[in-house]
Every structure is written in C-alpha cells, then in structure tokens.
Design a protein around this ligand. Structure first.
Ligand code: PRT
Ligand code: ZN
Length: 210
C-alpha cells in the first residue's frame, strides 16, 4: 500500500501538540528540529514539517494526503479540502477589536473605518455578510499596534487569552470566527484505509483524554 503523507506545522503554536498527538497514536518517529520529513517506523506514514500557511494547498494538491492545521488558515486560503476531525487544541477566536476608549456601539459603526489584519479574506467575508464597507488594510504582523500608530481604527486578529489586546490598549468588539486545530484531507480520499486507521487511533486518543 502507498505510504501516507501527513503535513504538520514545523514550529509554532500547533507543532508540539501535533507531534504529541501522533506519538500518542503509537507512531514512532524521530522529531529532529532540522528535518523537513520524518519517516514513521511502525506505520506506512511520512510526516512533512511545513509552515502552517502552506498546509491546506499541499493537501489540496495531493503533495500531502492529510494535514493538521488551524481552521482559520483554511478559511483564509479558500482551498477545497475535507474536514476529517476536530482536534480540540489550538483553540482561539478571531475578533475585531477597537481602542479601549472608543465609543463604537454596534457593528455598523465600523462603516467607513480602516481595519488592520493579517486575515483579509475572513474579515472581508464577514464585512460583506454584515453589509459594512470598511477599508481592510492587510499587514503581515504586529497588527495590534496599528491603531496606536494611526494606521487603522480597529484590528481583526486571533485572540486566545486577550492579554495582547489589553497590553495594547484594545478591547474585543465583535467575535467573527472560532477556530481549533483540525485534521484535513483531500476531497474524495476519505475512504483511504490508512487514513481511516489513523483517524480511528486519533479518535481513541481523544476519547481517552475526555
Ligand atoms: O510559522 P508558521 O507560519 O507555521 O506559524 P504562524 O506564526 O503563522 O502561526 P502560529 O504558530 O502563531 O499559530 C498557529 C495557529 O495557532 C494559528 O493559525 C491559530 O489557529 C492557532 N492559535 C491559537 C493562535 C493563537 N491561539 C494565538 N493566540 N495563533 C496566534 N495567536 C496570536 C495572535 O495572533 C496574537 O498575536 O497570539 C496573540 C494573541 O494571544 P493572546 O493570548 O494574547 O490573546
Ligand atoms: Zn503561518
């Protein structure tokens, strides 16, 4: 049978839990920080370590069969993949936040305002749905400092504890999307026996944790 390939994050917030999940599934592999591919010795599986942003496309294009990534990354990339399993870690909420001292009351108050974000697709979909015309400013990092610098009136970003917002004088204004890590697969490949076997192991690891 053809070796299965799974793409996981190389380093970052999902890496450690992704590796731990695979190890808890009884998979044995070396986890060198420097390697981009690791071969599992007791299951026909190769692990590809990638930037999380690249994972949905790798799976869609068949370079990896399955992948483990935050839902927000998939929503931002518009790729066609199948959700196989929610994994219960990497939980966060994508929120619009505004300066603490501002007097915005409802979503409509964002009309005509500038919103800085690294997630323009998710934000624009939300604004379209709410019928709000705002100026979406795409920046690649440190979004939270944009209002203080006068670059934007509001921001749209990932929030987990809320500490980053608070320390930049911002407060949550609207929840747009909840996200957690999920296992994705290519459309039409859901019945691959190796994927089903791995999925079963993942589900029993998750059940044991409940
Ligand atoms: O290098 P690579 O491209 O692979 O990683 P990355 O830097 O793009 O992503 P990374 O590792 O930061 O996050 C990976 C995934 O973790 C995200 O896509 C989310 O699905 C999930 N996740 C969960 C988070 C957070 N929680 C989170 N708090 N991703 C980012 N943050 C950041 C947020 O952007 C903000 O700057 O943490 C800050 C806010 O945190 P709090 O706790 O202060 O609210
Ligand atoms: Zn990334």
């Amino acid at each position: 049978m053809k070796t299965l390939k799974i793409a996981i994050q190389k380093s970052g917030r999902l890496n450690e839990k992704s590796v731990e999940l695979l190890k808890n599934c009884g998979l044995s592999f070396e986890n060198y920080k420097s390697s981009l591919i690791s071969t599992v010795s007791n299951f026909p599986l190769e692990i590809l370590f990638l930037r999380d942003d690249d994972i949905p496309e790798y799976v869609q294009d068949g370079i990896a069969d399955i992948g483990l990534v935050g839902e927000n990354v998939i929503a931002e990339t518009n790729v066609e993949v199948t959700y196989l399993q929610r994994l219960g870690f990497g939980k966060c909420t994508l929120k619009i936040a505004v300066p603490k001292d501002s007097n915005y009351k409802n979503i409509a108050d964002l009309d005509g305002k500038a919103i800085a974000t690294s997630y323009p697709v998710i934000l624009q979909n939300f604004l379209d749905k709410e019928n709000i015309k705002a100026d979406v400013k795409t920046i690649s990092g440190s979004v939270e400092i944009a209002p203080g610098l006068g670059l934007a009136d509001a921001i749209f970003d990932i929030v987990s504890t809320g500490g980053t917002l608070r320390s930049n004088g911002l407060m949550p204004f609207a929840d747009v999307m909840k996200s957690e890590a999920i296992l994705i697969g290519r459309k039409g490949e859901e019945n691959n026996p190796l994927i089903l076997e791995l999925l079963q192991r993942i589900q029993s690891v998750m059940r044991a944790k409940e």
